[in-house]
Design a protein around this ligand. Structure first.
Ligand code: NAI
Length: 336
């Protein structure tokens, strides 16, 4: 029997990667250029499973509509699952699977790209040189060698980021409620949260969004940081209190801000809004700072990582349907 899957929030690159892999498998995809919401979940009667991404709304209302339509599995084609009501899915008997790892280096390398761009201002240099302006005023950066980098969350991506920064000759401080003893054998130091904030020149966030990590970087946390600190967030937008960060930018506490994720990104990211007014004053204010670089949740977006995501997602779809799901790829209530 063919497994019928509605793939929501589909983009041409999703179709390009998933379609050839699905050939030969007992799976057919409908590539749907709309988000999964309580309303679009009502359209799922013909699907056995749905495949969703980071900003699809897998709320209790969506899950009830999916259950009523006979959908038995929500396959996340990403690692984070903060957009899913796991308890409700469990109660309704809907399996939730994800792709726990797909090349953490892809996201780590993007975090480093943000650091280097902010520091050496290559975005400004590019525009200047294009216009025949070879003036260096305003382009001065700092040497990263021997600077202190604080890594918050030392899972797969945090470790990959730390390893690159070790290559730069940075001192690495780490904070994680569950330190990794194998990783701790590298020349890195686990310290308390406050000590990391106080001592780091660069702070990079790599932990999942949970009730505990929501607004982890708030006004109180910012007040403990060095002046002119560089803050990088490639994890989830709501780890950072954006209003507090705006104040930190205005006061000069934050000297450099690199975001690949944004608290209200679901209204903006992955869509072309270039012909419209952007109706988000906080985002618009953030964009006015010259020392802020925002990318639209593209940390994962490499050929290699996309292929891995599609391969694992397809494996999850087939395995869950056969009742042979890989436990590590299932999200269960206690994980939340
Ligand atoms: P992981 O599960 O391997 O590691 C997460 C680490 O964070 C664990 O060691 C955990 O103990 C730690 N942690 C949990 N709560 C914490 C807290 N309050 N403070 C400090 N550490 C805490 O996850 P992985 O693969 O490294 O991914 C991290 C996050 O990156 C994901 O949860 C996701 O939100 C984000 N991500 C972003 C992508 C992008 O394209 N920008 C792509 C993939 C993931």
């Amino acid at each position: 029997m063919t497994l019928r899957v509605g793939l929501f929030s589909s983009k041409p690159y999703d179709e390009n990667v998933f379609r050839p892999l699905a050939d030969g498998e007992k799976v057919t995809f409908d590539f749907l250029n709309m988000p999964l919401t309580p309303d679009t979940a009502l359209l799922c009667e013909k699907y056995d499973a749905v495949c969703v991404f980071v900003n699809d709304e897998v709320s209790s209302a969506t899950l009830s509509a999916l259950a009523a339509s006979g959908v038995r599995h929500v396959a996340l084609r990403c690692a984070g699952f903060n957009n899913v009501d796991i308890n409700e899915a469990h109660r309704l008997g809907i399996a939730i699977s994800r792709v726990p790892a797909y090349g953490p280096e892809a996201v780590a390398e993007h975090a480093i790209a943000l650091m280097l761009t902010l520091n050496r201002k290559t975005h400004k240099a590019y525009n200047r040189v294009k216009e025949g302006n070879f003036e260096l005023n305003g382009l001065m950066g700092f040497t990263m060698h021997q600077k202190t980098a604080g890594i918050i969350g030392t899972g797969r991506i945090g470790q990959a980021t730390a390893k690159i920064l070790l290559g730069f000759g940075c001192e690495i401080l780490c904070y994680d409620p569950q330190p990794d003893s194998e990783f701790a054998k590298l020349p890195v130091a686990y310290v308390g949260f406050d000590e990391l904030l106080k001592r780091s020149d660069i702070i990079s966030l790599h932990c999942p969004l949970t009730p505990q990590s929501h607004h982890l970087i708030d006004a109180a946390a910012l007040s403990k940081m060095r002046d002119n600190v560089m803050l990088i967030n490639t994890s989830r937008g709501a780890m950072v209190d954006t209003q507090a960060v705006l104040q930190g930018l205005k006061s000069g506490k934050i000297g450099y801000l690199g975001l690949d994720v944004y608290e209200m990104e679901s209204e903006l990211f992955f869509q072309d809004h270039s012909e419209q007014l952007i109706d988000d004053e906080v985002f618009e204010r953030l964009s006015t700072f010259h020392n802020v670089i925002i990318t639209g949740h593209q940390g994962f977006f490499t050929r290699e990582a996309m292929t891995q995501i599609a391969t694992t997602t397809l494996g999850n779809l087939v395995a869950v349907a056969a009742g042979q799901a890989e436990p590590a790829n299932l999200v269960l209530p206690e994980e939340n």
